[in-house]
Design a protein around this ligand. Structure first.
Ligand code: CTP
Length: 460
C-alpha cells in the first residue's frame, strides 16, 4: 500500500469520530531528507484509546497493542510499523522515571519533543494533505545540519536526560553539528544521564556505534563528558605520556580509528564492541621501562576482565560478552605468529582457540593496524598477509578449526576400562594437545594407537 493511501485511510477513520491525526517525528524528518522509512509516528488530537478501538473494529487488526497509562498504541499494518500517541506533555520527575501523560494540543506536544528536526508534523487531512507544520524552524535546521532543541535545552534535557545521547546519535548519523548552546547544556547536565535506565543508554550507544563513522559520536561523547558518566573506562584511555625519548600512542584515539576501520567494512555490533574494548586494559597495565620505554604487558588479560565487567554493567547479552572477551584476550596472538621460527603448532593453537571467531579476530587485527607512518603501516600489512597465508596452509593441511578430537570420551572409557570422571577429561585433553602439537595426525586410528603407546603414563 502506498503511504499516501495509508495516511488518507487513517485520517478518514479519525475524522469519522471527530479526531485529527498528524504524522510526526522521524518519518517527517526523513521525508525531508529524501529517505522516508516504514516506521511512522502519529499524534492523535483526541483520545488515542478510543481511536485504537475504532481502528481495531474497522480494519480488523489483531496485533494492536495498547498502553493505556502512556496514552499510546502500536500496530503493524500493510508492512508499516505504526505508533499513535495522545498529544502529550511529558515530563520526568527527578526521582521517578515514569512519564506523566496529560492531554495537550498539537503545538504543546511538538514543543515537548527533543530536537527541532524532530518537531515537524505533517497534516494528512483531506483539506490540507501534505502540509508541513514547522513551528520551531526544523526545516531550516535540517538544511543547515544543526541539532537544536525547541525549548531551552535545560528544559528539554530535564524532561528526558537520554536526549543528551540522542543529540550525539543524530549528529553522528547525519553528520550534523550540535548547536553550541545545546552542547554547553549537555556538558552542564551530563550527570543527569545517570537517572536513565541502563537499557535505554545502551540502546542509544549501540545506534552510535552502528553509524558509518562511529568515531564522530565517540568524540562527541567524550567532549560532552557523557562518556565519563556511563563508560569511564574509555575516558581513561585518553592521554599520552612522554618520558625521555619515549612516548606511546594515545589509546583513545587509536581505538576510535580501529572502530572506524571495522565500521568501514560494515562490521557487526559485537565486532565494533570488541574493537572498542580490545585495548581497554592498557591504562591499568602501563609501565615505563628505562630501556624499552612504555609497556602494556598483560593488557589483553586485564582487558578481558574489564570487558566482562563493563558489558555486564551495560546489560549486553551473554553471547556478546563471551565474544568480546574472547577477541580481547586473543587480539595480540595472530600478529605474534609472523616470526620466521614460529611452529605450526603455535599457529594451530591460535586457530583452535579462536574457533568460529577466527575471521573476526583477523578482521580486528587488520583494523588494529593504525599508524601515521606509511612505511610502518605497509610493513604491518605485509606481516598480516603472511600470517593469513600461514594459517591457510595449516588449515588446508589439518582442518584444525572447530575440530573435535577423533577419539571421544566413551571410547576412552572403553579403551582404558574407566568409569566416567576427571581422568577421562584429562586423557581427552592429552590427545587434543598431541594433535595441536603435531605429535599425531588428526585421525581416529592414529590417535588410538598413540593413546595405547602412552597408556602407562596416562593411568599412572
Ligand atoms: N522523542 C523525543 N524524546 C525522546 C524520544 C523520542 O522527543 N527521548 C520524539 C521525537 O520527536 C522523535 C519521536 O519521538 O522524532 C520518535 O522517536 P524515535 O522513534 O525514538 O526516534 P525517531 O526520531 O523516529 O528516529 P529513528 O526512528 O530514526 O530512531
Amino acid at each position: 500500500m502506498e503511504t499516501k493511501e495509508l495516511f488518507q485511510k487513517l485520517s478518514m477513520l479519525a475524522a469519522e469520530i471527530d479526531y485529527d491525526i498528524y504524522v510526526v517525528g522521524g518519518y517527517v524528518r526523513d521525508l525531508q531528507l529524501g529517505s522516508p522509512g516504514k516506521d511512522i509516528d502519529f499524534v492523535v488530537i483526541g483520545d488515542a484509546m478510543r481511536f485504537a478501538d475504532y481502528l481495531k473494529k474497522n480494519l480488523q487488526i489483531s496485533n494492536l497493542v495498547q498502553y493505556q497509562r502512556f496514552g499510546t498504541f502500536m500496530m503493524t499494518y500493510a508492512g508499516y510499523q505504526l505508533e499513535f500517541v495522545n498529544a502529550r506533555k511529558e515530563s520526568y520527575e527527578d526521582t521517578s522515571r515514569k512519564p506523566q501523560t496529560q492531554q495537550a494540543d498539537l503545538y504543546t506536544d511538538l514543543s515537548r519533543r527533543d530536537f527541532t528536526i524532530n518537531t515537524l508534523a505533517m497534516d494528512i487531512s483531506k483539506e490540507k494533505y501534505g502540509e508541513i507544520i514547522d513551528v520551531y524552524d526544523g526545516i531550516r535546521d535540517l538544511k543547515h545540519g544543526i541539532i537544536r532543541t525547541p525549548l531551552q535545552p535545560e528544559q528539554t534535557f530535564y524532561d528526558d536526560p537520554l536526549r543528551m545521547m540522542r543529540a550525539v546519535r543524530f549528529a553522528t548519523r547525519f553528520g550534523f553539528q550540535i548547536d553550541s548552546k545545546i552542547f554547553e547544556a549537555i556538558r552542564k547536565e551530563n550527570e543527569r544521564l545517570s537517572i536513565v535506565s541502563q537499557e535505554r543508554i545502551t540502546e542509544e550507544f549501540n545506534k552510535i556505534l552502528m553509524a558509518n563513522q562511529p568515531s564522530r559520536g565517540l568524540h562527541l561523547l567524550d567532549e560532552t563528558e557523557l562518556l565519563q558518566v556511563f563508560l569511564p573506562e574509555m575516558a581513561a584511555m585518553k592521554g599520552v605520556e612522554q618520558k625521555k625519548n619515549f612516548h606511546h600512542k594515545d589509546v583513545f584515539y587509536h581505538t576510535l580509528e580501529v572502530v572506524d576501520n571495522i565500521a568501514e567494512q560494515n562490521g557487526t555490533l559485537q565486532l565494533r564492541l570488541a574493537a572498542l574494548l580490545h585495548d581497554v586494559g592498557k591504562p591499568r597495565t602501563k609501565r615505563f621501562d628505562q630501556e624499552s620505554g612504555w609497556t602494556f604487558y598483560g593488557h589483553e588479560i586485564v582487558g578481558e576482565r574489564m570487558a566482562n565487567a563493563i558489558l555486564k554493567r551495560m546489560r549486553y547479552s551473554n553471547e556478546i560478552i563471551q565474544y568480546v572477551k574472547k577477541l580481547t584476550k586473543l587480539h595480540l596472538r595472530p600478529m605474534a605468529l609472523v616470526d620466521e621460527d614460529v611452529t605450526d603448532s603455535a599457529i594451530r593453537r591460535v586457530m583452535f582457540n579462536a574457533g568460529e571467531e577466527l575471521e573476526d579476530l583477523m578482521d580486528l587485527c587488520r583494523a588494529d593496524i593504525t599508524s601515521k607512518n606509511p612505511q610502518r603501516v605497509e610493513r604491518f600489512l605485509d606481516n598480516y598477509d603472511q600470517v593469513v597465508k600461514k594459517m591457510a596452509e595449516v588449515e588446508e593441511r589439518d582442518r584444525i578449526r572447530n575440530f573435535q578430537p577423533p577419539v571421544n570420551g566413551v571410547e576412552i572409557m572403553e579403551l582404558f576400562n574407566l568409569e566416567a570422571g576427571p581422568r577421562v577429561g584429562k586423557i581427552k585433553k592429552f590427545i587434543e594437545n598431541a594433535i595441536l602439537d603435531g605429535q599425531v595426525s588428526n585421525e581416529h586410528d592414529a590417535c588410538v594407537e598413540y593413546l595405547m603407546q602412552h597408556k602407562e603414563e596416562l593411568l599412572d
